[in-house]
Ligand binder design. Structure first.
Ligand code: ATP
Ligand code: MG
Length: 403
């Protein structure tokens, strides 16, 4: 099959392929971008595979960076673009069900394509638009089937992460798992225990953000892969509920975690340990906690000024955006307006400082100071007093008299 319209991303990269071929080697577009072009979807990264060894690539191009030379990948800088060019390779002696313990550079495209995970990820596209399809990936694309290249059992033993990748492609593309591939994942799902949590998390998040999340989550449950993911051993029902929530696609990672935590029935305090087990960053954990808290409140009532102040505008809006998953209409503008009308946005905006209070009341710092400041903050946000120094001092005086 020959591609009629070569997309602009490939057009720009064609001179790279030509230069490599000029030097007497083969070069092709490979990987996910070829799949996406054939599916008429936008492409993100243009990967190039070549028979030239890394040293040979570096002789052809004046500007290169060794980004992963031990795996055969050289980054080529041409004009304003960057391309990862990877030497054809085979991956051998997988001893631990995860990544090869060594890669071998080869001159054969076929050897390179054979080590790829699924038939729809194992195309190569020639400079003239010819699609090289050694494993009937085009038929699988047409039938919307996700099939391991070669013997699925062997492929999942080589790298168990491929099972999670398979499930996330189901979710992203809405494809069915080929029967033999499905059976093999079910049979081998325990091998996921060998895979680092970080690699699993990347695929799981992509699964949750997929357009066909329902299908992806159902397969995640049916293949039993969930049993080997952090803290999901008892989550079968919750995952199926999540699958059936609505078919509205999730676009933000924080939303995915909040909805998952909600379906799992976690309390606010359980979110940190849960996300720690998935090795999420502290920033993401904090954000998830805040949005989760906002959502729980928002399911029952509209935000109060205090809560908006505590959450901050960004997090309040992120919580608001989740209402459609619960058949409610978000009121983003109302949230924004209410936030903008807050008299202060942080303690720094208060017309009084700790220093002012210590001087006025001639006292050393202590718990009292924090308590007065919090009380002032709260009263100002609620509009009980104006944010003016004299008013706040007077308020402080009364507060301390009763302290
Ligand atoms: P995405 O669109 O999300 O980037 P992708 O298919 O391009 O999906 P990448 O992780 O970018 O995924 O990998 C590029 C290509 O490398 C894949 O299409 C596949 O051919 C091959 N590949 C990646 N990971 C594996 C793996 N674990 N086992 C076998 N082949 C893999
Ligand atoms: Mg990719």
């Amino acid at each position: 099959m020959r591609l009629q319209n070569i997309p602009p991303e490939y057009q720009r990269a064609l001179p790279i392929l030509k230069k490599i071929e000029h030097a007497g080697f083969e070069a092709y577009f490979v990987g996910g971008s070829v799949r996406d072009v054939l599916l008429q979807q936008p492409i993100h990264d243009v990967d190039i595979a070549t028979s030239a060894f890394p040293a040979e690539i570096k002789e052809i191009f004046p500007r290169t960076v060794d980004v992963g030379i031990e795996h055969g990948t050289v980054l080529v800088l041409e004009n304003d673009d960057k391309y990862e060019i990877t030497t054809f390779r085979t991956e051998s002696t997988y001893q631990d069900f995860r990544r090869p313990d060594h890669v071998e550079f080869v001159r054969s495209l076929e050897e390179d394509l054979k080590r790829r995970d699924f038939t729809i990820n194992a195309f190569a596209l020639k400079e003239d638009g010819e699609v090289i399809d050694l494993f009937s990936g085009l038929v699988d694309l047409e039938n919307k089937v996700l099939r391991a290249v070669g013997d699925p059992h062997e492929r999942f033993h080589e790298d168990a992460l491929r099972m999670m990748r398979g499930l996330r492609f189901v979710s992203q593309l809405g494809f069915e798992l080929d029967e033999e591939t499905f059976d093999s994942i079910l049979e081998n799902h325990e091998l996921l225990a060998k895979i680092s949590v970080e690699r699993i998390t990347i695929e799981f998040v992509k699964l949750l953000l997929g357009k066909h999340r329902q299908q992806g989550l159902e397969m995640f449950v049916q293949t039993q892969c969930y049993l080997y993911c952090p803290e999901l051993q008892n989550a079968k029902e919750a995952l199926l509920r999540f699958a059936n929530l609505t078919d509205k696609q999730i676009h933000k990672e924080v939303h995915a975690w909040v909805l998952l935590a909600d379906q799992l029935g976690l309390s606010e305090g359980e979110i940190r340990p849960f996300l720690k087990s998935w090795k999420c960053s502290n920033d993401l954990i904090k954000k998830t906690q805040a949005v989760f808290a906002g959502l729980q409140f928002r399911k029952k009532a509209f935000f109060t000024k205090q809560l908006l102040y505590t959450l901050g505008e960004e997090q309040a809006l992120l919580a608001e955006e989740l209402l459609p998953y619960f058949d409610r209409t978000p009121q983003l503008e109302k949230v924004q307006q209410m936030y903008q009308e807050l008299p202060i946005f942080s303690l720094r905006d208060l017309a009084i400082t700790g220093h002012d209070l210590m001087t006025a009341f001639n006292q050393k710092p202590g718990k009292w100071l924090k308590d007065v400041l919090s009380a002032c903050e709260e009263a100002v946000i609620d509009g009980k007093i104006e944010n003016k120094k004299e008013k706040l001092l007077e308020f402080g005086r009364v507060f301390l008299a009763e302290y």
